[in-house]
Design a binder for this molecule. Sequence first.
Ligand SMILES: NC(=O)c1ccc[n+]([C@@H]2O[C@H](COP(=O)([O-])OP(=O)(O)OC[C@H]3O[C@@H](n4cnc5c(N)ncnc54)[C@H](O)[C@@H]3O)[C@@H](O)[C@H]2O)c1
Length: 308
Amino acid sequence: MCANVVVVGAGTMGPGIAQVYATGGNKVTLTDIKEDILQQAKEKIKTSLANFVQHGVLSQNEADSIFARITYSLDNESAAKTCDFMIEAVPEKLDIKHQIFTLYDKYAPEHAILASNTSGIPIREIARVTGRRSNVLGIHFYNPAQLNRLVEIIRTNDTSDATVETSKQMLIKCGKKPVIIADIPGFLHNRLIYALLREAVSLVEQGLTTVEDIDTVVREAFGPRFSVLGLFKLVDIVGIDIYYSVSSYLNKELSNANTASQWIKSKIDNNELGIKTGKGFYVWSEEEKKKILTELSARMLQLLKEKG
Ligand SMILES: NC(=O)c1ccc[n+]([C@@H]2O[C@H](COP(=O)([O-])OP(=O)(O)OC[C@H]3O[C@@H](n4cnc5c(N)ncnc54)[C@H](O)[C@@H]3O)[C@@H](O)[C@H]2O)c1
């Protein structure tokens, strides 16, 4: 099924999300409140599609059709009236999300699905200003949306099965790998990554190992294996009996910190925020910054091409 999709907010996330839905054959309207942001979004989409063509992920014809399916608008009210599916990527503030959901609830056709790309606001909090809670859900893309295949679908107690299924099928048609999770803090991906980071940060903070050695373990051992197997398939290969006996003594040794780390706080106090300030856990020259980001994007495009 192809739909009229509206992506609200053309800042960091919106252009990538618009590209994704246009890739699935949908007609997409990308809206913002600023004309210059819309112009920049159009350029970003053009550059991104050229990158996909350059890496052989799309043909020039496919890229041209995707580009032609996206229009740009400052008028949410008109966009709402013909939409089947809306996803917002406006700033992470509940009052702004509420404005958008109130407007789309008022003007969009009754069947329209309303989604939020929020990183952390509970979806039920966003949905409560609408009269169609069964048609509201979270659809959480990772940045950049056009390169990351994982998308989390967040369903509240009110979200209907039909809303989840339609949203899931639309994402699959766009080449994404959706997963479904209840409306809980951190959704799915971040709960896993923060569980791992809690242990990693604790080990370094206690002086038991180094940042570099932890990154070596991730890159050389479970990173490659996880990318083939996932987590539970890996345990199946290792043996559930082994996992049980190791976890019976190891679980109690693991960090159970329930506050943020003082070591990380000191980094923030020293403006060591990572790539954006030139120093985080590592020191980043302009050249290294550019190199790693180019390498990462090329690797992700390669994965998109390999896995189709
Ligand atoms: N940046 C990320 O890495 C990332 C990743 C996943 C999810 N998110 C979530 O996605 C959402 C958007 O994040 P972002 O980083 O793209 O924000 P952003 O600030 O870069 O962009 C938001 C855009 O929304 C526009 N906007 C504001 N009010 C509007 C309105 N009424 N109608 C249309 N447009 C409007 C702004 O002009 C701006 O261009 C947030 O909820 C954020 O938490 C962000």
